[in-house]
Design a protein around this ligand. Structure first.
Ligand code: ATP
Ligand code: MG
Length: 354
């Protein structure tokens, strides 16, 4: 599987130059290497029937859009709020940085075409794609309350509702064999109806695979699973579905704690993040949290990808079920859960800890 290439750490870079160039940097784990030739397309999901709700049969025309303001920028592009003049409706327009090689552009367009078919209440709708003199622009559903980056949610029922919505979106994508690969708070968007949606799949993945590895805008590894960062960990096997579940677990725990859950800053350099994620035990929810929540996080943050629960199973986890209204978990009700699963034991009282 294709590993994620990190941006170079300044410390590693200096060490490299100062010592014999043939020597590896002084890291305990070998650096993964990338091969852009392996930028394989996603498996094609089955085409769904055209939606009668958001996707109109006539794609929205570029000339009818007016830029209202700039919303924000990320690793791959800048997002604008735009107005569709004929209807007065607002959309988000993501302008992907740079003019890409033809092959990259073709692949991005192909993926976005696939994503135009995706239609789920918990996934940001992709309405159209424009190739504007080689610059790719994606027209997205506008989420008026922005992203969940930096949001602190210590209230478990609210967090359960949020997790359920993200899991419903992930369950839908995974069923269609679409792996997100970049689940993180800034890619979870919310609107004023308190609907949470997953954004930014496909495009960022292609970008991450094709951009110059020395370009620091490749994005963060902070939410990536240990086996994706260090491909030696799972015999070189990378299961993208399990990778998404890890990223979800890190994000949900971050919402609960109000801070990145590893013993290193989220913006830390690549080597520190890699050591924290790959070489220490997965983070846990604190003992002050409910048993259900602690167990839910443990089911997401299993070090061994095969032991992580799937999106369908997590939708049936007690932490989700205890607050969900009937029929709200989006899994269709027919996926097996670990019936015999025992929740984590209750926390030990403070006085008994040595
Ligand atoms: P990355 O490039 O790694 O995904 P990012 O998510 O911070 O990082 P962008 O995806 O470019 O960067 O998004 C920039 C900001 O624009 C986001 O933080 C989000 O607040 C906002 N944004 C993105 N998509 C939408 C949308 N569909 N509706 C409203 N706001 C959006
Ligand atoms: Mg994003």
């Amino acid at each position: 599987m294709r590993p994620q290439q990190p941006p170079p750490s300044p410390a590693v870079d200096t060490a490299n130059r100062a010592t014999n160039r043939r020597r590896r940097p002084d890291l305990t784990l070998p650096l993964p290497h990338r091969d852009p030739a392996l930028a394989v397309p996603l498996p094609l999901p089955p085409r769904s029937a055209p939606s009668s709700t958001t996707s109109s049969s006539q794609p929205l025309a570029y000339a009818e859009l007016e830029r209202v303001s700039r919303i924000g920028s990320g690793a791959g592009g800048t997002v604008y709020k735009v107005l569709h003049r004929p209807t007065g409706k607002l959309y988000a327009l993501k302008v992907i940085y740079g003019n890409h090689e033809d092959a990259v552009r073709v692949q991005m367009c192909r993926e976005i075409q696939i994503l135009r078919d995706v239609d789920n209440p918990n996934v940001v709708k992709c309405h159209n794609l424009f190739d504007h003199n080689g610059e790719i622009q994606v027209l997205l559903e506008y989420m008026d309350k922005g992203s969940l980056e930096g949001v602190h949610i210590p209230h478990e029922p609210s967090l359960s509702d949020l997790a359920r919505q993200v899991l419903s979106g992930l369950y839908y994508l995974h069923k269609r064999k679409i792996v997100h690969r970049d689940i993180k708070p800034s890619n979870l968007l919310i609107n004023s109806r308190r609907i949470v949606k997953i954004a930014d799949f496909g495009v960022s993945r292609v970008l991450a695979q094709t951009m110059d590895p020395c370009n620091s805008s490749v994005g963060t590894i902070a939410y990536m699973s240990p086996e994706r960062i260090n491909t030696d960990l799972n015999h070189g096997q990378y299961d993208g579905y399990a990778g998404d579940i890890w990223s979800l677990g890190v994000s949900i725990l971050e919402f609960y704690l109000g801070k990145f859950p590893f013993a290193v800053g989220r913006q830390g350099d690549w080597a520190s993040l890699m050591c924290a994620i790959c070489m220490s035990q997965p983070p846990e929810a604190p003992h002050s949290a409910s048993r259900e929540f602690r167990d839910f996080i443990a089911c997401c943050l299993q070090r061994e990808p095969a032991k992580r629960w799937t999106a369908g199973q997590l939708l049936k986890h007690p932490f989700i079920m205890q607050y969900a209204s009937p029929g709200s978990n989006g899994s269709g009700g027919n996926n097996p859960v670990h019936q015999s699963h025992q929740l984590l034991p209750p926390p030990r009282p403070h006085f008994s800890s040595a």
